[in-house]
Every structure is written in C-alpha cells, then in structure tokens.
Design a protein around this ligand. Structure first.
Ligand SMILES: [Fe+2]
Ligand SMILES: [Fe+2]
Ligand SMILES: [Fe+2]
Ligand SMILES: [Fe+2]
Length: 436
C-alpha cells in the first residue's frame, strides 16, 4: 500500500458541514445488507464516538484558545459523521440483532488484528479477549432465538461460528488485574498503535450499546445477561486502553486518533460491497485526511516534531473483515483455559496453575453468588428447545463438552453452572429424542 494520507487532498473543513437531511441519511435494509457491511458500520460508529469524545477530553485540559477553537470545529464534524453512520441501522433491526452484529465485529476484528499485529504481547492480549467475545456471541444467540425467533445466521450469515467460548462467568476478574503493560511510544510500530485504538473504540462502543439498550427487554434474565456481559466489556476497555503508552503527548494522541480514522475509512473504501455505504466511506475518508493534516500542523507548531516520526509515511491496514473461523477455532482449542496471571509481569497462565488466593476468585464469588445469567441462558434455551443453539463448521460443533471441561475453572463457579457432564447429558438426551 502506498497511500500516504499526509500527501493526499482532503475536503476543506468549512465544506464538511452538511444539511440535516444529509446527516440523518437513510437506513440500510437489514435483510439485504452484507454482514460485513454491517460490521463496518458498527465499527466506524465506535471510531467516530472515540474521535469525538477524545477531543472533548483534550479541550478540558487545554488552556490554548486557538487549539480549543480548532478542536470545537472538528469534533462537531466527528459528531455529525457519527450520526450518519450509526443511523444507517434500520429501526426494524432489533436490539438483539444489533447485539449479534456487535459481537461479530468483536470476534472477526480481534481475530484479524491478532494475526496482523507486529507486537507479540499485544497479539496475545488480542487472542485473550477474542475468546471472551466469542462466548458472548454464543450466549446472545440463544436469546435472539428465544425472544425473537431469530437464528444467528440471519445476522452473521454463516461467516462466524456460534459455540461456547471461554465461559462468560469466568471473564469477571479483579479489574486491576486486567491492566496490561503498555507499548513504548518511541519504538512501537504505527500499526500497533492503530490496531489498539481501533479495537478499543469498538469495545468501548459495545460497552456503551449494552449500557444503553440492555434494559430494552422485559425478561429479567436477559436484562441480567446484558448487565453481566456489559461488565466484561468494561474489563475489555480497561485491558485494551492500558496497552497504550500514557506518556504520548496530547497532540501525539490527537494525530493518532485522526490517523486511525483515515486508515479505517481507507480500508472500508477498499472492501465495501454496498454502493450507498461506499459513497459515505469515500466522503469521510476525504474529511479525515483534512483532520489529519490539521492535527499534523498542530504537532509541528506546538511540538516542533515531524508527524511522520509518529505515524510513518503510509496508511496501515487495520482490519479487513472476513471470515476467521479457522483461526478462531485454533485459538479456542488451544487457549480456552487461559487466564490472567496477576503477576507483576502482567502475563497469562492456565486454570490448572491458579493459586487458591488468585484475586479474581473473590470477584467471581461475589458477582456470581445468585447465579450467572449467562449460565442461566443455557438452562433456559435447554428447556425451550431441548439444547443450546450451536452453529459451527466441521468438527468444532461436536467439541462443546470437551471445550467446557477444559474452559471452566473449578473454584468459584456460579451455583447454576452447566458443567461438562450435564452438558453431555443434555446433548445425548436431545440426540436420542431426535432419533426416535
Ligand atoms: Fe471522524
Ligand atoms: Fe463481547
Ligand atoms: Fe469485548
Ligand atoms: Fe477525524
């Protein structure tokens, strides 16, 4: 790729204001949209929210009126871009359908990033988060079917497997233990910086979506399921943001935010199959080139630095959305029993090596005392349908019992846990009834 955004022509900032009609736009058709057009729409919404919110944080610590005026003008544009993108979602796409879209983003984005991440420690962290969002997708798929009769493939279109991951009740950690070691701003690849900011933006918006919509259903166990998974997304935001070097200057961070937007829109333009969405990505790419140039000028003026020292001389490719079944299945089989080690090195361990006083046990005991809603989800779908909904390719779909037995911690399990022996009985009973 030889696209150097600093050398490209953008759209002048004064021409980036649009009419309300243009801003609000028209939604896509949920039965016609490609699942990866939907994932791009969900991700870019998250990226715009981060771009907007970051500029507010910047302004709150800045006493420079010239800079604050520039930030005020650009962040209004970010906010208008966010509206256009988020409101592409049609009103007849339910909260649960959208939720499956959010978790498909998390799975296929994280899997892509993990395979294209130059820093091994960051890659390992991506793999760790991947198996958690993978389990969320499975839990929500049960609810989409029970509440609305929606099969997961109506949303994920056969591109992402639906089966148990690292069980959600085991995602609840001492939140301080989630903190990771950060990269070094002077030596990290610009790609690492963009990868983290991209994923962080997606995870933060996932958290916010569950926070704002988890009460949309009257079913109490579903409300609790949203609460449980939303809290894991808070852990994910904590985990991914801690990978970023906190000593980057605020101007450096501004530049990286705009660069992340440019790189993501550039990829969207390259990959988009929907004409309406593609036109939006093309327009917003030109907007972001201008934002990037403004941020670069601020870095030059106030820090006397060459912006290319920070972002390099070409766009990086953050995420190409495509099916990641093979990779996810490999990580799932190998790493479902992986856990945070709680050591000063901020590394990972496996369930069999956890000490009796591992910090996350006390959190899990406390929050799971009345039972884990995501475990209850499996119990309710079993009553409803005979067993859980699993949609996976090849041999993976027969590995549920094995995965559960390897993936669950023995200590501090919620009282309503569906353990591997019980799951085996459920599946055997279901199969024998089906065959009779
Ligand atoms: Fe933007
Ligand atoms: Fe998730
Ligand atoms: Fe997540
Ligand atoms: Fe921007």
């Amino acid at each position: 790729m030889t696209f150097n955004p600093l050398k490209e022509k953008g759209i002048p900032i004064e021409k980036q204001l649009r009419t309300w009609k243009e801003i609000a736009g028209k939604p896509y058709n949920k039965t016609e949209i490609d699942c990866y057009s939907r994932t791009r729409q969900i991700l870019m919404n998250g990226i715009e929210i981060e771009a907007w919110n970051f500029k507010h944080h910047f302004a709150r610590i800045s006493d420079n009126t010239e800079v604050n005026k520039i930030l005020a003008i650009i962040r209004r544009i970010e906010d208008m871009q966010q509206t256009t993108i988020n409101w592409l979602a049609p009103k007849d796409q339910s909260v649960l359908e959208t939720t499956l879209g959010y978790e498909q983003v998390a799975v296929d984005l994280t899997a892509w990033l993990a395979q294209n991440e130059p820093d091994n420690y960051v890659k390992e962290t991506f793999d760790f988060g991947l198996l958690e969002d993978f389990d969320h997708l499975y839990r929500y798929s049960q609810w989409a079917y029970m509440m609305e009769g929606i099969k997961p493939d109506a949303i994920v279109q056969g591109q992402t497997d639906i089966i148990i991951g690292r069980p959600t009740q085991n995602h609840h950690n001492d939140n301080a233990m989630r903190l990771r070691k950060h990269y070094d701003k002077n030596t990290a690849d610009p790609k690492t910086k963009v990868n983290i900011l991209t994923l962080l933006s997606g995870e933060q918006q996932t958290h916010n979506y569950y926070a704002e919509h988890g009460f949309a259903y009257g079913n109490n166990v579903l409300r609790q399921t949203y609460a449980e998974i939303k809290d894991v997304e808070e852990e994910h935001v904590t985990m991914y943001e801690s990978l970023i070097d906190p000593t980057e200057s605020i101007y450096e961070k501004l530049l990286l935010h705009e660069f992340t937007e440019v790189c993501n829109y550039y990829t969207c333009v390259e990959d988009e199959v929907d004409n309406k969405l593609k036109t939006i990505w093309e327009m917003f790419l030109e907007y972001e080139i201008e934002h990037l140039k403004i941020a670069a000028a601020l870095v030059e003026k106030y820090e006397k630095r060459d912006p290319q020292e920070i972002i390099g001389d070409k766009a990086v490719l953050p995420c190409r959305f495509k099916s990641q079944k093979e990779y996810v299945s490999k990580v799932l089989k190998e790493e479902i029993n992986k856990r945070l080690d709680g050591k000063p090195e901020m590394g990972y361990t496996t369930t069999d090596k956890l000490s009796q006083d591992w910090e996350s046990y006390s959190v899990q005991e406390k929050v799971g005392k009345d039972g884990s809603p995501t475990e209850q989800t499996t119990r309710i779908i079993t009553l409803h349908k005979g067993r859980d909904i699993v949609k996976a390719d090849g041999k993976l779909k027969d590995l549920e019992v094995e995965l559960l037995s390897k993936g669950l911690e023995e200590k501090s399990l919620a009282p309503n846990t569906v353990k591997s022996k019980e799951m085996e009985t459920i599946i055997t009973d279901y199969n024998s009834k089906k065959n009779n």
